[in-house]
Design a protein around this ligand. Structure first.
Ligand SMILES: [Zn+2]
Length: 273
């Protein structure tokens, strides 16, 4: 998880169709507040065609460099992402033992600041409707309440730096405080498949770093010359590999790199450059 810069202006159709439907949702809630709190009711259901519009998805993917907002995995042609509501729109749960409470943050269903792009595992298997607060009594329950008084246990990546709450030791994610601990549980950041992918990424970065340090402009040690012969590599081939390794290393900790949070924690020099 790293900081995400949301671009402006708000993409269509959030300010148009989204604003129109939001007006209806507010009117529905004001007409009968208790009915909107009944378990399982669908009175304040949002329209997924609005927030799932291709223009919204494209902008989120671009702002997030094609990575999941939580686990930092790249989306690929085989793994589709979901438009994710940071504050859940349909209902909320304080913790894993909590029932689903209605309504959710329906008034943020089309709010650009509340939308991210998440991988299906982070979104569907883990985060779901969880939105834990340090002070559940201050939770905003309707559009008349203010979310500013809430103290969410999950940092909002657009307004806070997750690195203040989470770090990595090698490929293992570690909490720096209670909010970091919530992120690990709620987003499943320590799930085995993710650990394996971070492990592979770290290994390939170490190899790139090592490879990039080779200076082919100087006479090569006999062992390296033998090695190149064994691999049937010309000096030009080897030089191209060193250049490629240097590029991988140079880009390793950019916002656009997969698992940049882990890379910054492991290679402090990259974090500070
Ligand atoms: Zn994810």
């Amino acid at each position: 998880m790293i900081r995400i810069r949301k671009s402006q202006p708000t993409p269509a159709p959030l300010p148009t169709s989204g604003a129109r439907h939001l007006k209806k949702l507010k009117e529905t809630q004001e007409a009968d507040p208790p009915a909107c709190e009944v378990a399982g009711n669908t009175l304040l259901e949002s329209r997924d065609g609005i927030y799932n519009d291709a223009r919204v998805k494209e902008r989120l993917r671009a702002d997030q460099h094609d990575k999941c907002c939580y686990c930092e995995s790249y989306f690929s042609s085989t793994s589709y992402g979901d438009v994710e509501h940071f504050r859940p729109k349909g209902g909320y749960q304080q913790d894993t033992t909590d029932a689903l409470h209605k309504p959710g943050y329906y008034w943020l269903a089309y709010a650009w600041s509340n939308l991210y792009f998440a991988c299906q595992l982070c979104n569907q298997r883990f985060k779901g409707n969880y939105f834990p607060l340090a002070n559940p009594a201050s939770r905003a329950r309707t559009h008349a309440d203010s979310i500013a008084v809430e103290q969410p246990l999950l940092p909002d990546p657009a307004t806070e730096d997750p690195a203040s709450h989470l770090t990595f030791v090698e490929d293992a994610v570690q909490a720096l405080d209670a909010r970091g601990a919530s992120c690990i549980v709620v987003f499943g950041l320590d799930r085995p498949e993710l650990l394996k992918r971070r492990q592979e990424r770290l290994k390939s970065l170490k190899q790139a770093r090592f490879m990039a340090s080779l200076d082919l402009s100087k006479p090569l040690a006999p062992a390296i010359t033998d090695f190149l012969q064994e691999l049937k590599l010309s000096t030009a081939d080897a030089a191209a590999m060193v250049t490629e390794a240097q590029r991988i290393w140079d880009e390793a900790a950019l916002d656009s790199a997969e698992f940049a949070g882990m890379t910054r924690a492991y290679f402090q020099r990259l974090a500070n450059s």
